[in-house]
Each structure stands twice: as C-alpha cells, then as structure tokens.
Design a protein around this ligand. Sequence first.
Ligand code: SAH
Ligand code: SF4
Ligand code: F3S
Length: 373
Amino acid sequence: MFYHIVTYGCQMNVHESEKIAFILEEMGYKPTDKREDADIIVFNTCAIREGAEERVFGNVGALKKLKKMRPSLIIAVCGCMTQKINTAKTFKQKFPFVDIIIGTFNLYKIGDYVRELQNKKVLELWESGAIDETKGYTRTSGENAWVNIMQGCNNFCTYCIVPYVRGREISRTPENIIKEIEEIVRSGKYKKITLLGQNVNSYGKDLIPSITFAELLRRISEINGDFKIGFMTSHPKDITDELIDEIANNEKVLKELHLPAQSGNNRILKLMNRKYTREHYLDLIRKIRNKIPNIKLTSDFIVGFPTETEEEFLDTMSLVNEVKFNGIFAFMYSLREGTVASKMEGQVPEEIKKIRVNKLLSLEKKIQKEELK
Ligand code: SAH
Ligand code: SF4
Ligand code: F3S
C-alpha cells in the first residue's frame, strides 16, 4: 500500500503533511513519488491566493481518469481550501470522485476517515478544534525539523484568509514544545529547528501563566545539543526589545528575520489593518540592524491592494530601495472571498497589478546584484 501527498502553501502545510505521512505510515502505507502507484493521494491545499487555488482544482481534476481506472484509489483533500465551507462544497460538486474532504483542524483524524471509507461515503469535516498533541511526524526536510508552536491568527489583516481557515491564536505549552524538541535533538538527525506560527511574536500570550516568545527561545536554547533555532513568521507590530536582544545574544538563535512589511504607504497599511506605519517599520529595521549587524532580513509585499494609487505603490518601491533586504517576496493582491478587503471599492485591475509586481521584482533584482558586488 502506497501514499502520495501533494503539498501547497506555507511551511505550516509542509509540516502538517509530515503529520499526515506519519499517520498513514502507522496504518501501513509507504511513500511513493508516483501518483499512478498510490493507493491514497492526499492534496494538502493552500487558500492564500487565487492562483494557489486554481492549481489545486486543476490537479485534483486531473485525477478523475486515474480514479475511474482504479476505483479503490482513495483521494483526500485537506488544508486551508477545504476549511472554507464554500470551497469544500465546490470540491464536492466539481469532483464527486474525491473521497475525503477535511479542514485544517481535523487533519489529524485522517486515519480514522480512511478506515471509515469502507462505508463508501464522502466524509467532510471542518469544525474547529484544539491543537493535536497525539500524533507524530514523518519528517521530510533533511537536517531541518519544523516545530509548530501555535496555531491560528488574531490579526485579521484585511486581505488575508488565514484567520478564517486557521482560527484564533492558540499556543502549545512550552512543556510540550520542549519535549518535542528534546526528542528531535536526541535523535541526532537534525541541525536546525524551525519554529512555526503565523505570528510567532504573539506566542504564549494566551497561556496561563503567560510566556513571551523570547522566553521560549531562551528555554529551547537551554536544551543540550548542537543545533540552531530559526522561526517564522514575525509581525512587525509585535517585535519587542526583549526579542531583538534574545536574537542578538543567544548563540543558538539564527540571525535571520522574516518581517513582512506588505506596503510602504501609510494609508494602505492602515487599510490593510497592519497596525504600524512606514516610519515605525523603518525605525524597527534600524534598531534591529544596530543590535544585530549581520542579520539576514527578508520581507513580503503586496501590490495592487484595493484603491492603491501609483504614487502609493512608489512608496513601497522606495521602502524596498531604502531597506535593501536580503530578499523579498512580492505578490499581486488576490481577492479572497469573505475578507474585509474583498468588499472594498476600487479593486485594482490585473494589468496594473502585473506591471507593479514586475517593477518591484526588477528593483529587487537590481538591489541583489548591487549587494553581490
Ligand atoms: N502569517 C504570515 C504569513 C501570511 S501568508 C504573516 O503574517 O506574515 C504569506 C504572505 O502572503 C503574506 O505575508 C502576504 O504578503 C501574502 N498574502 C496574504 N494574503 C494575500 C492576498 N490576499 N493576496 C496576495 N498576497 C497575500
Ligand atoms: Fe494573515 Fe495578517 Fe495573520 Fe499574517 S498576520 S496570517 S497576513 S491575517
Ligand atoms: Fe496557505 Fe494556509 Fe499556509 S492558506 S499560506 S497553507 S496557512
């Protein structure tokens, strides 16, 4: 019996696919790279932009033939797309040959659903729930081990679907995290631990007693062994001096920070509900570089947010030019049904978004070339 997992989206999903792999291996399945050989194919989906969703629809649709040839093949779709009820329903209508549809919260029950499939009914589940602590992971990223420290997001940036498909912030306890990392380190197979959360800076605020992310880093670094700690993602509004000092002074913490700015224009930042200004962001960068001169800084930007003018876009260009990041990701704004920005007037035409994203990417290329010199 073989399984094949196709993963879309962020590290969170990559890591959750490691959990799916673990569960399927517990049931006796073995991994295969070839869809044709698989007895179960799992699509772990991403909903962040329309393009990501279209790719999934295309790839799931392409399985129709395979399923017809081999009706015993189990096809499961999970992840952020299926956590949206409307999209889950679309799956059911468009692809009736899909056997299992589960959202993000119930992913760890996939084994139960595979067993239940004997009843020959399509299974769907997307009610929200707590963090699963019962299942392990079949790790797939070499010397790096992903460790999830929290789920969900409370920030509701107006363009973003994540709070709707991942729920509110819930932190894992430091004890559970440390126990997991101790085991990872003891196995001797990993040199790097990457902590995952949509906004790791707000880790621990919901716990009793509460604990800061910097404290968590400190406690993890006290584990004996030769390993480095990385983390993602950080929200600029929540970066504290305590955290900057911890990154600066803790030898085990990698000098890397992914700090998405999204825009360089204050009116757009406000409409995005990012809760910081351009000036605050630039001050933060200065402070960080001051304390950690060798820090590797990266960022994300969205162009063509509703009502963004050419001038406002140029503020993003000038911010990128001023900071000279070690790397950036630039995205064209993608309308996500159900978010606040999806209802805003003044949606920017695709052609303009394309021109802007290309301008931003060529600026980035130019900066990287100059930095290389
Ligand atoms: N929690 C992380 C990552 C969010 S998703 C954070 O807050 O930084 C990763 C990136 O996708 C975001 O930083 C943003 O730049 C981009 N993104 C999110 N929603 C988007 C949308 N609707 N259209 C285009 N890009 C989007
Ligand atoms: Fe989305 Fe904003 Fe939360 Fe990041 S912080 S996941 S961009 S809502
Ligand atoms: Fe995509 Fe879900 Fe991650 S929407 S970016 S897979 S949290």
